[in-house]
Design a protein around this ligand. Structure first.
Ligand code: GLC
Ligand code: CA
Length: 553
């Protein structure tokens, strides 16, 4: 235990808040969120208690994928602000003890990045090899059948030089060639330039794809991936003690240890997605979601908690800018919205790892249902909608998929108050506000002592006060129970018992012997406190409690 504690990192007990800048706060009333808007809400975030902001991309970009297509890594998109405003944000955040973690999108650039503009000019342009080019097959067709995640082929023909370039995302997001040492050097320099500005680290977009071997059709977890990350670590953030988190859809716990074990000198932690993709149809993917299976979910979470208990580190999240709203997906967006939002928060924040809160989650924002496909803006939803409609999928079926899992669910403007456009802007926003802003908004939450907001505030504070919440060992109890998630954390002579009901009905549980007849302090609840456990218990719909048991027997 002592050695574990001596390896403490400042981000172990921190909570990260993700901002999607386009949708957070619009200060100049053009309908698009901006940096000045974020600065104006730092006090709100300080009140919530978070220590780190993960800022989705704010770099210069044609916004084909809302900033995940960067045309200048060392400038800010004019609709978001200026470099001076970015520096001001870093300073103002620091005053409030908040670090800014930037989104590092280096698997690809925009096709409007000067490197790509040069690269496509001729086959012997010095920048040609910054990207991945292949000749057409003899009949002129694409080099291979690799598909883009955003629909269509992953190869785009470029008439100027008569070759195809490779793109795993949209054709305006050409993949960088990480085999080229010059690409590596340029990216490292750029990263250091940002680090010198005092940022707190990087969230690394689809970083598991940079070791790709296109000719072997290896995309994720390529053979050189970890060498590339080690080299990046050494050349940039390694000596600086920052937070780095890799987005790695392909990670297993064993792979996660490669990234995040301290002696590996790679990253602080990764995002794994097994608990997300378990809800997707094996063939149709996210557009044909499966019903949520709590038993399977508990298996996955337990596997990750156990595997990274003493080596590596977990990140904990329900949602982000690519995923549906947690309360709609795993809780109840109707009459139990507040209770279920709190239950989900409690369940997640008592796990071992660093929790991430996605903007609006702290007030229990929900998914949205727009009637017309024209009200959607997300390139993934739009591309796939058109592709599948053309393939004969009925409109209603596709809309159901978008309602359930489309990325715009998370991207509707942040709901601040009851004024028109939810206080996000005075101007019609780039994406419509969820009509429920009149009821669900930050202002209402701040005025209601029992709100979801104060529940998050409480959990975030507890994490700072209780080392057991950060370092305790996890154990899942009653893994086969289909309605409840019950687990313990143990640390030195302390134990916490967390009991959550994921059902919209009461759930009765016979408690396992190890937690029967226990008594302690109820440190989190969403109905009324319960300090004593006998041999059975009936939990209210979406009830969740955490009991700190002293005197472990
Ligand atoms: C990541 C981002 C997503 C983006 C994609 C391509 O998955 O989270 O928003 O579209 O990478 O950059
Ligand atoms: Ca604006």
């Amino acid at each position: 235990m002592e050695s574990n504690v001596s390896a403490n990192k400042w981000w172990h007990n921190a909570v990260v808040y993700q901002i999607y800048p386009r949708s957070f706060m619009d200060a100049n009333n053009d309908g698009i969120g901006d940096l000045t808007g974020i600065i104006s809400k730092l006090d709100y975030l300080q009140q919530l208690g978070i220590n780190i902001i993960w800022l989705s991309p704010v770099y210069k970009s044609p916004m084909d994928d809302n900033g995940y297509d960067i045309s200048d890594y060392q400038d800010i998109a004019p609709e978001f602000g200026t470099l001076e405003e970015m520096e001001q944000l870093i300073r103002e955040a620091k005053k409030r003890d908040i670090h800014i973690v930037m989104d590092l999108v280096v698997n690809h650039t925009s096709d409007e990045h000067p490197w790509f503009i040069e690269a496509r000019k001729s086959k012997n342009n010095p920048y040609r090899d910054y990207y991945i080019w292949r000749e057409p097959q003899a009949d002129g067709s694409v080099p291979n059948d690799f598909h883009s995640y955003f629909g269509g082929s992953g190869w785009e023909f470029d008439p100027q030089t008569g070759e195809y370039y490779f793109h795993q995302f949209s054709k305006k997001q050409p993949d960088l060639n990480w085999e080229n040492p010059k690409v590596q050097e340029e990216i490292h320099q750029m990263m250091n330039w940002w680090l010198d500005k005092g940022i707190g680290g990087f969230r690394m977009d689809v970083i598991d794809l940079i070791g790709k071997q296109v000719d072997d059709k290896v995309m994720a977890n390529g053979p050189k991936l970890h060498d590339l990350i080690k080299a990046m670590n050494q050349a940039t953030f390694g000596p600086r003690n920052l937070l780095t988190v890799g987005e790695t859809w392909s990670a297993t716990p064993e792979i996660a240890k490669l990234y995040s074990a301290t002696d590996r000198n790679e990253l602080s932690m990764i995002f794994q997605f097994e608990h997300i993709t378990m809800n997707w149809h094996p063939q149709e993917g996210k557009w044909q979601p499966l019903p949520f299976d709590l038993v399977k979910f508990k298996q996955i979470i337990s596997k990750w908690q156990t595997a990274l208990a003493h080596e590596g580190w977990n990140s904990l999240f329900w949602n982000n800018h690519d995923l549906p709203r947690a309360v709609s997906k795993y809780g109840d967006a109707g009459i139990f919205r507040v209770q279920s939002a709190k239950m989900l928060a409690t369940t997640l924040h008592f796990l071992k790892g660093t929790p991430y809160v996605y903007q609006g989650e702290e007030i229990g924002m929900t998914n949205v249902r727009f009637d017309s496909i024209d009200d959607y803006k997300d390139i993934e939803s739009l591309n796939l909608y058109h592709e599948r409609i053309a393939a004969g999928v009925p409109h209603d079926q596709m809309m159901e998929g978008i309602y359930e899992n489309g990325r715009d669910n998370a991207r509707t403007p942040m709901q601040w108050d009851t004024s028109e456009y939810g206080g996000f802007s005075n101007h019609q926003p780039w994406l419509k506000v969820n009509p429920n802003y009149t009821e669900i908004n930050a202002n209402a939450a701040l005025q209601e002592p029992d709100s979801v907001f104060y529940h998050y505030q409480h959990l975030i504070r507890l994490r700072k006060e209780l080392p057991i919440m950060v370092y305790g060992d996890f154990e899942c109890l009653l893994p086969e129970d289909p309605n409840t998630f019950i687990y313990t954390r143990t640390f030195q002579n302390q134990k916490i018992i967390v009991l959550s009901n994921f059902a919209a009905e009461k759930s009765k549980v016979l408690l396992p012997a190890s937690i029967q007849n226990t008594y302690g302090q109820c440190i989190s609840y969403n109905y009324s406190p319960r300090a004593e456990l006998k041999h059975e218990l009936t939990l209210e719909p979406f009830e969740s409690i955490a009991i700190l048991v002293h005197d472990k027997s």
